[in-house]
Write a protein that binds this ligand. Structure first.
Ligand code: HEM
Length: 207
């Protein structure tokens, strides 16, 4: 069986991704410690959790800027654009593959190539995560880091409480994304194939 290799993950995307993944995991760990600060998780000192959370948040924010600028100036941004009229059909076709097709050993409905790096479900989730959830968690996080910038009251509700609520909702949504992301990343030719792609840059599949 011949192996087909396409270079899809340039070095800058891989550097962005590893920094993003590490800072994200540290933010989840320290964020949980801060969330349960009153009862205490006993895993890390409160002061250390605050400092580590702030440092990782700033690193993730600069790294996010690197992702946005990189996508604008390199060709990678094109994979996040372009929604065709048959999008709903395509999303459903991909969902049916994940729900049943792949268990019947059917082949992937959308071939991956230089023009199409992501399947429709990957594309919609990456766009939502990178261009909606990440900006919202970063902006609300910066608000909490500099509370003097937050509006005092919005419709008689504390602006600080609303910002905190938005931050926690986004953290929850992104954590769910990460769990689904890790699972779907095991659905390449072999469970480790896609993880290998993010290390050597090459998407691999058997013809
Ligand atoms: C331990 C953590 C993580 C692992 C092991 C991991 C693994 C992977 C792998 C194997 C790919 C390539 C396969 C594919 O195209 O889907 C990928 C791509 C991607 N991941 Fe992750 N990921 C992690 C965390 C994250 C997080 C936290 C985010 C965002 C908040 C994220 C966003 C993305 C995006 C946007 C891509 C596509 C990048 C591009 O090629 O333009 N990942 N990830």
């Amino acid at each position: 069986m011949a192996t087909h290799r396409i270079y899809l993950y340039p070095i800058w995307i891989r550097i962005w991704h590893i920094i993003n993944a590490i800072t994200f995991l540290l933010l989840v760990f320290t964020g949980i410690a801060l969330h349960y600060a009153t009862t205490g998780t006993g895993l890390i000192k409160f002061e250390t959790a605050v400092n580590l959370h702030n440092i990782c948040a700033l690193l993730l924010t600069f790294n996010y800027g690197f992702f946005v600028i990189g996508n604008i100036i390199s060709g990678n941004g094109k994979y996040y654009k372009g929604w065709k009229k048959d999008m709903t059909d395509n999303l459903w076709t991909q969902a049916k593959f994940y729900i049943s097709g792949m268990f019947k050993k059917e082949s992937h409905p959308f071939a991956i190539n230089k023009e199409r790096k992501f399947n429709p479900l990957q594309k919609i989730s990456y766009v939502a995560v990178m261009y909606i959830c990440m900006p919202l968690i970063i902006i609300s996080g910066l608000g909490l880091m500099f509370p003097e910038t937050i509006i005092g009251q919005i419709f008689k509700v504390s602006g600080l409480a609303l910002t905190d609520f938005l931050h926690q909702i986004m953290a929850f949504v992104l954590l769910i994304f990460l769990l689904v992301h890790l699972y779907t990343c095991t659905l390449g030719d072999k469970p480790g194939t896609l993880f290998k792609s993010m290390i050597n840059g090459y998407h691999e599949e058997h013809e």
